[in-house]
Design a protein around this ligand. Structure first.
Ligand code: COA
Length: 220
């Protein structure tokens, strides 16, 4: 099975939501904030991904199968939402307001976790001083990456990671992300080379999340 990369489109949104839930099902934060019983979770993610498609600085890519016969259909296996560097005077992207999150999920967990991701992003990629200024260092930010369970372990995420890493290297800027336990070994693997800058516990210690930076590599 071969995969090819292309930009995501509006027509992909339903499948992208399927890929998201296939990938993140079983993640303790996901299962609290977007429980299977929730009717608001799929619309939440559809809107979030649709909003990303409209942002100029967002590079939203999918990995899609290449059919080997006429009877086979293309299928999106994975996607990534990269944010290209913003101007230093732009604010770090904000999470949606709490009122937008599924009220039939755990809003307290959403608030504890997702708003902390925003704070951490500001802490590591904002100015080097500890001021409350929201100006950022130029960097490529991996907002989200997911591979459908049926397609994991086949190089889809690796290719999507390289898409952003190579542009960051060419521009001489770092990449930043926050990692689930699934993502952690992928990012720190030799081919990708992210380093852990902080590990934090959430949900009273039931869940651990890692914050990572990848310094730009030079080709020589
Ligand atoms: C994390 C995730 C995106 C990885 O997707 P994938 O398509 O299965 O990953 P790949 O097969 O492309 O592997 C990516 C790279 O990590 C390496 N890798 C994978 N697992 C590894 C492990 N346990 N130890 C070391 N390296 C590992 C692979 O060798 C590959 O390296 P390469 O790109 O240099 O060839 C996928 O497991 C997923 O969607 N998980 C659930 C959602 C999630 O947690 N997303 C991450 C949010 S931070």
């Amino acid at each position: 099975m071969s995969l090819t990369m292309r930009p995501a489109t509006e027509a992909d949104l339903d499948r992208l939501v399927d890929v998201y839930f296939s990938a993140f099902g079983g993640n303790p934060i996901n299962d609290r904030v977007f429980p299977a019983s929730s009717t608001q979770s799929r619309p939440f993610w559809r809107k979030n991904l649709a909003d990303n498609l409209k942002e100029d600085h967002v590079r939203f890519q999918v990995m899609e199968t290449i059919p080997t016969s006429d009877s086979e259909e293309k299928q999106i296996a994975a996607f990534a939402v990269w944010n290209a560097p913003l101007k230093a005077t732009d604010a770090i992207p904000a999470m949606p307001p709490l009122s937008a999150w599924p009220s039939d999920g755990d809003l307290e967990a959403a608030s504890e976790f997702f708003y902390d991701l925003e704070r951490q992003h500001k802490k590591f990629m904002g100015p080097t001083s500890d001021s409350e200024d929201q100006k950022q260092r130029p960097h490529w930010y991996l907002e989200l990456i997911a591979t459908h369970r049926d397609f994991q372990g086949r190089g889809a995420a690796g290719a999507l990671l390289r898409y952003g890493e190579q542009q960051a290297d060419a521009e001489g800027v770092p990449c930043y992300l926050d990692a689930t336990p699934d993502g952690r070994p992928v990012y720190t693997s030799a081919g990708h080379g992210f380093r852990e800058v902080e590990t934090k516990q959430y949900l009273g210690g039931a869940y651990e999340h890692v914050f990572m930076i990848r310094d730009p590599r030079t080709s020589s």
